[in-house]
Structure formats: C-alpha cells, structure tokens
Design a protein around this ligand. Structure first.
Ligand SMILES: [Zn+2]
Length: 237
C-alpha cells in the first residue's frame, strides 16, 4: 500500500475535529488518504475502546479514507518510548505515505503533543534501512502540522467549505462521545449543538483568513515555494 496522505492522531475523533475536511477534500481529488489513531481511547469516560473503533470505521467512510488503523497504545499516558517509536515507524513503512499530518507540537493534552513528537521521530526512523529487516525503508517527503487547537499563526489554510458538513457528520459518528447528555458523563461533555456551534465558529475563523466560509489551518517548518506570485490567492488586507 502507498498512501498519498497519512494523518497520525492520538485518539479516534481527533482528525474529525482538526483535519478531516482536508482529508475528505484530498480524497475527492483522487488521493489515497489514511488515518492512524495511536490509542483507542480506553481512558475515556464514555464508551469502550471497541465502540470507539467501530465508530472510527464509520467516520472513515464519511471521510472517504482508503485506510484507517489503530496502534492500541495506552490512552491518556501516551509515551514517546522506543517501543512506541519502533511500532509506529514500521507501520509508516507499511503504508508508505508521501505526506504525513501530525498534531501541532504544543497542546494542552499531553497525548496530543506526544503524538506529534512520536510521529516526527518515527518518520525519521522509518527511513533507516537497518531499522527492521522485514520491511523496506520509507521516509515521508513532507510533514505538516494540524494547528486548529493551537494558538499559532498558520503557514497555510485549506478551504473546506465544501467538506465541512460531512466532516461534522463524520465526527458525530462517535455516538458514544458526542451523544446528548447522559448520567455518566455529567457536564464534562457538551451536547451536539454546542459542539456544532463551536467547531463551526473555529472553521469560520480560519476560513475568514483566506476569504472563504470554512477553513482548516496547518503549520509547516519549511518555507513554502511560490512559482507565480501573480497567481497567488487570498486578497491582501
Ligand atoms: Zn484527542
């Protein structure tokens, strides 16, 4: 298998909030897209890991993913250990992504920034010939960071106006997480309307920066090359 794009995330339902619109848009352009969730959310207050996996498969269909996997690493205590890096690197060699999307390296939830670190280091290791005798080396060409929940200026924003509604449908496939209020979750879990409004406001905020309705932000560490400055999009303010 050779994926064009692989998004690596800490928990099932992370990509549906941060870069699912972009994944769907790329799939619609004909690219092979995939998601690798590092944990199955076994520390979550609501639902079981088995439920989360089933829900993530339903969400995958809405996002038109060619592949979705789960490494079943420990949730809420994700560690950038040698074993975790090796497991992830071997998986990267298996699915051979050209572009990898990682969570931005600063975040409130330790799993999120660790997933970013772990992903970055595993992408490097995956390119080492002698890492593992049973798989071929593969180093992704490009790493981009999904920065939707980070307080940082994006390097670029993808217009997801045509994909936003379906991204929300994908997110609400996680009925164990985003159902209406239940006894066990208490007030920890905002209801569906609240989530819809919040994510819509965030997507509108980023869309507005490039003059479209909805957008998803990304950060890259390298400069971006522009061949034709006359054809550059986004009107100056
Ligand atoms: Zn998460």
């Amino acid at each position: 298998m050779a994926l064009d794009i692989l998004a690596i995330a800490a928990h099932p339902d992370d990509v549906e909030q941060t870069c699912g619109g972009t994944l769907l848009r790329m799939a619609e352009m004909g690219y092979q897209t995939g998601v690798l969730d590092l944990t199955a959310g076994d520390m979550g207050t609501r639902g079981t890991p088995e439920q989360r996996i089933v829900e993530s498969e339903i969400a995958a269909k809405h996002l038109q993913l060619a592949w979705r996997g789960n490494l079943h690493l420990p949730d809420a205590r994700l560690e950038n250990s040698l074993a975790a890096r090796m497991t992830l690197a071997v998986k990267i060699r298996e699915v051979q992504p050209h572009v990898v999307i990682l969570p931005y390296w600063q975040a409130r939830h330790p799993d999120h920034y660790r997933a970013g670190e772990l992903g970055y280091e595993a992408c490097f290791l995956a390119g080492l010939k002698k890492l593992d005798p049973y798989s071929e080396p593969h180093r992704p060409f490009k790493i981009i960071y999904s920065s939707l929940y980070a307080d940082v200026k994006p390097s670029f924003i993808v217009d997801i106006s045509g994909q936003f509604d379906r991204r929300m449908t994908a997110l609400f496939s996680y009925t164990s997480q985003f159902g209406q209020f239940g006894e066990e979750g208490g007030t920890l879990f905002p209801d569906e309307q609240e989530i819809r409004e919040r994510l819509s406001a965030i997507a509108r905020f980023y869309g507005n920066q490039i003059g479209v309705r909805y957008g998803e932000p990304f950060v890259v560490k390298e400069a971006i090359e522009i061949a034709d400055i006359v054809a550059m999009p986004v009107r100056s303010i």
